[in-house]
Design a protein around this ligand. Structure first.
Ligand code: AMP
Ligand code: MG
Length: 310
């Protein structure tokens, strides 16, 4: 990935307008929330989201949390049951993430949810995060703004130290107050998927005892066949066998190609859409080899899960 000039922006109206512009052009902007600094991208733009994974050096495509300004925006993306609605009304804005069924017309890029039909949503309370969401006027997908495996950043300096040169801008909004990631709840009945900044006791006042993750919802990344097409998947294929459809990479004959030019960011951006389309053919899927460098590692991780015996 070529090195970027990372701009440090102020959190006033002009800094936020620039940040919103960068996001609208498919750029990456780190911004403060009350939990930690997030590495934000337009949640409707697969390519921008692919760049988030590349910047963090994530070895797998774990789904990202989508940040929205308010409950109404969240409801245009996901379907709320009664308990989720109560939780949102009680704790948003705040450090609670809800995993909910994705609406068909949500516009959310498949890479954000790693191809799942659920989405993680949150309304941050931080005034700068809120102001950026209003300036951008769209959903922002954001994991913590640190290289994969490093400690989460709670100041703009932490972000610059970890990711400088790999993102377009950082909105400096001072130190985060919670400093812990958001609590994640999802499933019916609701289960605790990750403890975090909002104490479970507070949530259980509304939900009663939370179920265990795995009982009502599967936490992504924990099962081998996390994204599983119905049909068999064959990896490292250089050509299709009779009856197969071929997912290509680089210049080659194929039914669909992740990136004709062999660009791993483009390949990541196309991955889930292409898998869904090939799955819809009902035929076995053969997949060309993908180099195991940079984003290729995350792509291969996902493909190995898709090909895992089940
Ligand atoms: P991070 O963005 O690093 O704070 O991590 C986001 C967390 O949300 C990860 O633990 C994900 O596994 C979880 N998550 C995001 N989307 C979903 C989803 N659709 N279903 C279950 N968990 C999710
Ligand atoms: Mg993180």
């Amino acid at each position: 990935m070529s090195k970027l000039q990372t701009e440090i922006l102020t959190s006033d109206a002009s800094g936020l307008a620039t940040a919103a512009d960068v996001l609208a052009r498919g750029g990456l902007v780190a911004f403060p929330t009350e939990t930690v600094y997030g590495l934000g991208a337009d949640a409707r733009d697969n390519r921008a989201v692919a760049r988030v994974f590349a910047a963090k050096g994530r070895p797998s495509f774990n789904p990202l949390i989508v940040h929205v300004p308010d409950l109404a925006a969240a409801q245009s993306i996901a379907r709320f049951d009664d308990i989720s609605l109560e939780l949102a009304q009680a704790f948003w804005p705040g450090p609670l993430t809800l995993v909910l069924p994705l609406r068909a017309d949500s516009g959310i890029a498949p890479l954000v949810t790693a191809g799942l039909d659920t989405v993680a949503l949150r309304v941050p309370a931080h005034p700068v995060g809120q102001a950026l969401l209003h300036a951008f006027n769209g959903p922002i997908a954001a994991p913590s703004a640190n290289p994969s495996g490093r400690i989460s950043p709670t100041t703009a300096t932490h972000v610059a130290d970890g990711l400088g040169g790999k993102l377009d801008a950082i909105v400096d909004g001072g130190a985060c107050t919670v400093g812990l990631e958001s609590t994640i709840v999802g499933g019916t009945p609701p289960a605790l998927l990750r403890p975090g900044g909002l104490p479970t006791e507070e949530i259980e006042k509304i939900t009663g005892p939370l179920a265990k993750a795995g009982d009502t919802i599967t936490a992504p990344g924990q099962i081998k066949s996390h994204y599983a097409p119905n049909a068999p998947v064959r990896l490292n294929a250089n050509a299709a066998h009779a009856g197969e459809v071929l997912l290509g990479f680089g210049p080659m004959q194929s039914d669909l190609n992740l990136s004709i030019t062999g660009d791993l960011i483009e390949a990541a951006a196309n991955l889930f859409e292409h898998l869904h389309r090939l799955n819809d053919t009902g035929k076995p899927i053969a997949i060309a080899p993908i180099p195991n460098t940079g984003l290729g590692r995350a792509i291969n991780d996902r493909l190995q899960r898709a090909a895992a015996p089940r």
